[in-house]
Design a binder for this molecule. Structure first.
Ligand code: GGG
Length: 347
């Protein structure tokens, strides 16, 4: 029987219950699909940081390298560890080390989910550059705590990095409805974003079947609210993609529905799957975290691993649950109730 090795990092807060839910669903889908999952759990988190002084061990990345995929819950517990430390200590190093340069985030309304917009029929695939740009971590501070203090944070855009994410987005558009929106702020950011626009123009002739339009980030934010049905694939830099996909999550009904995949397209290293949401300390102990984003991310993982049938089964099970009104309203249903509803379609 085919067995896939999965490194599971529940992380902090609601990362723990939602990865548990996703794990139960993955097991059920594997049984049904005739394959197996060999899961190894790692306790890397802010609690781990408090004990050891690091978010993961020095050989953490090497430990993960041999797995077929990584499944992550959420990172962050700001009351104990500054968010900048936890993010740069776990999630961002994994994305960079395994060159998971394509962060894929689907935004559409599940059956039974109202969402805040009148628009009902949008289906957007956001592609976020995931390894450089504004989250490159290059910078520093001098004269700290004095009136002369200076903080510098440098965005890094390489031709390799920009070209590969744009090519990935063109390919995705080609597989979908053939429309690509490339997002920058090239009127204000006259080096990096003008460069991004230029690379988009340079690649255009190679994809004559894709209708590509460049937008400024502010105009795209408005469009995602006013005319989301006009969008197909949206590609943006690391920071812009991070922000736009929280907006995407909002229009699909909330962060509890927003799934994501951090893909290493070359497949020489593991890809990582995670819900878009963070650790949500305010609701972490209430038992009401919506596991749908994590379960949908698990479906994306199976699709990536070569089990599209099992992935489709999970998505259908999510849709059957939400169509019955389960998991559709934030805080209404308990995590176990939503998980049980999804599992009931996978027996
Ligand atoms: N589910 C992973 C998580 O904790 N996300 C919260 C977050 O702030 N992520 C930052 C990022 O995606 O760059």
């Amino acid at each position: 029987m085919k067995t896939y090795s999965i490194a599971l990092i529940p992380g902090d807060g609601i990362g723990v219950p939602v990865t548990d839910a996703a794990g139960q669903v993955l097991e059920a889908a594997a049984r049904r699909g005739g394959f197996a999952l060999a899961t190894q759990t790692y306790p890397w988190s802010c609690a781990f940081y408090k004990q050891t002084g690091a978010m993961m061990p020095p050989d953490g990345v090497e430990t993960l390298r041999g797995f077929d995929a990584i499944f992550l819950g959420a990172v962050g517990w700001p009351a104990q560890v500054p968010d900048s430390v936890s993010l740069h200590g776990l999630l961002l190093p994994i994305r960079k080390a395994f060159v998971q340069y394509a962060n894929i985030r689907p935004h559409r309304l599940l059956p039974g989910v109202e969402g805040p917009l009148k628009a009902r029929q949008f289906d957007i695939l956001c592609i976020r550059e995931n390894t450089e740009g504004e989250y490159s971590g290059a910078g520093g501070r001098v004269h700290v705590g004095t009136p002369d203090e200076v903080a510098v944070e440098t965005s890094i855009f390489t031709r390799t990095g920009v070209e590969r994410i744009l090519r990935f987005a063109f390919e995705q558009a080609r597989k979908r409805r053939g429309k690509l929106a490339s997002v920058t702020k090239s009127n204000a950011q006259k080096y990096s974003m003008v460069f991004w626009d230029e690379v988009t123009e340079q690649l255009k002739p190679e994809y004559p079947d894709v209708d590509v339009t460049s937008y400024h980030i502010d105009a795209m934010a408005a469009r995602m609210v006013m005319a989301p049905e006009s969008l197909d694939v949206v590609v943006a830099s690391n920071l812009f993609g991070d922000i736009l996909t929280d907006l995407g999550a909002a229009i699909q009904g909330g962060l509890g529905f927003a799934a994501s995949a951090n893909i290493h397209p070359g497949r020489q290293a593991p890809s990582m799957f995670e819900p878009v949401h963070g650790s949500a300390p305010d609701i972490a102990h209430l038992g009401i975290a919506n596991p749908i984003a994590a379960i949908w991310s698990a479906a994306m993982m199976l699709d990536h691993l070569g089990e599209p049938g099992a992935a489709a089964d999970i998505l259908a099970a999510i849709e059957a649950a939400t169509a019955r009104g389960i998991g559709t309203t934030p805080g209404k249903d308990r995590t176990e109730a939503v998980t049980a509803a999804v599992l009931s379609s996978l027996v």
